[in-house]
Design a protein around this ligand. Structure first.
Ligand SMILES: Cc1ncc(COP(=O)(O)O)c(C=O)c1O
Length: 340
């Protein structure tokens, strides 16, 4: 049953980046965009559906329901298509057209929420409420509930196992974005379970996200950050939290493209800039692993569009980079002068 394309989930490449940042530690990227639907979300999507099928909670005619701003939905859409399971995905107007098209192409029924929750003002709350409502209204529904489902985290034990195996256990820093906290919690729990306290777990969040505190605010780059603290969040999970702005995400993505020929999504740019923030504290010779959740093709009209950058930040990508004082080690090669 879990054959074919589903067998290609996981075992993603770990690549050393030697050109993007001038540092004396070793910088690695775990390329989760190499998963078949294009993101780290293939792992929890498969884990949750597999457990549902094995325990009988999911049967032949069960309707899978989930809310997603993009990648979890696409991952589930591909898996449900392979397994011939109906899938309803609740998304919102902030999802990229690419994500919505992919959901439909894989056969998902898509509902787009256009108004935030009236009490909290948050889209995620509105989406979760709607997913719960749909799941409750059907007698044959299974709600994935990634923000509270422990298997979302459990699926990432293997992600960290792959990283540790690739580096013979020699990992000093792990840098990871958070939204549902599944990736972060799974990787951190696995490290803890092995007693590897020397590994510093560093979370990357966005300004305007409330996961690690602070006030809810507008966020531009989809993927990381959340307007509510997910149930999967745990105190004491991480050693460090680094906040990376939307503009820094763009600069990080452009830098990775220009120097490493790596086309990755905004949260990967955030993880990279997280490493840039931490570079002075990471010891010489240390192994620093960043988790890159997805690829960049879904963001060609935003992060990789010079027009979009100008519209959002009121300055060109070159000007964005010039004004960033925290980039002493990152000269010139940030922008390729990409056309819109
Ligand atoms: C592109 C991207 N980056 C980061 C994340 C955050 O991962 P998690 O939900 O495991 O915290 C997500 C989650 O959807 C994502 O799609």
């Amino acid at each position: 049953m879990f054959a074919g394309i589903l067998k290609t989930i996981g075992n993603t490449p770990l690549v050393e980046l030697k050109k993007a940042m001038d540092v004396r530690f070793h910088l690695f990227a775990k390329l989760e965009g190499a998963n078949p639907s294009g993101s780290a979300k293939d792992r929890p999507a498969l884990e949750i559906v597999r457990e549902g099928l094995l325990t009988g909670k999911i049967r032949k005619d069960t309707v899978i329901v989930e809310t997603s701003s993009g990648n979890m939905g696409v991952a589930l859409a591909q898996i449900c298509s392979y397994l011939n399971l109906p899938f309803i995905c609740i998304t919102d107007t902030k999802a990229t057209p690419q994500h919505v098209n992919l959901l439909r192409i894989y056969g998902a029924k898509v509902e787009v929420i256009s108004k935030p929750d009236s009490v909290t003002g948050d889209f995620l709350v509105a989406r979760i409420n709607r997913a719960r409502e749909i799941a409750n209204s059907l007698d044959n529904a299974f709600w994935i509930n990634q923000y509270a489902n422990l298997l979302n985290a459990g699926a990432h034990y293997r992600t960290m196992e792959e990283i540790l195996t690739a580096l013979n256990g020699e990992v000093d820093y792990f840098i990871c974005c958070a939204s549902s906290c599944g990736t972060l919690r799974g990787c951190a729990e696995y490290v803890r379970s092995l007693g590897l306290s020397r590994i510093k777990i560093c979370a990357v969040d966005a300004p305007g996200s409330v996961i690690f505190g602070g006030n809810r605010g507008k966020r531009l780059i989809p993927g990381h950050g959340a307007g509510i603290r997910p149930e999967l969040y745990q105190d004491g999970l991480v050693n460090r939290v680094v906040t990376v702005t939307d503009m820094e995400c763009v600069i990080g993505c452009r830098r990775l493209l220009a120097t490493e020929a790596l086309l990755v999504g905004g949260s990967s740019g955030a993880a990279f800039m997280g490493a840039q923030h931490l570079r002075d504290e990471i010891p010489e010779g240390a192994n620093c692993v960043m988790l890159f959740p997805d690829r960049g093709e879904r963001y060609l009209n935003t992060i990789f569009s010079d027009t979009w950058v100008y519209e959002q930040f009121n300055r060109s990508i070159d000007e964005c980079c010039q004004n960033v004082e925290f980039l002493p080690g990152l000269p010139d090669a940030v922008a390729h002068n990409l056309s819109a």
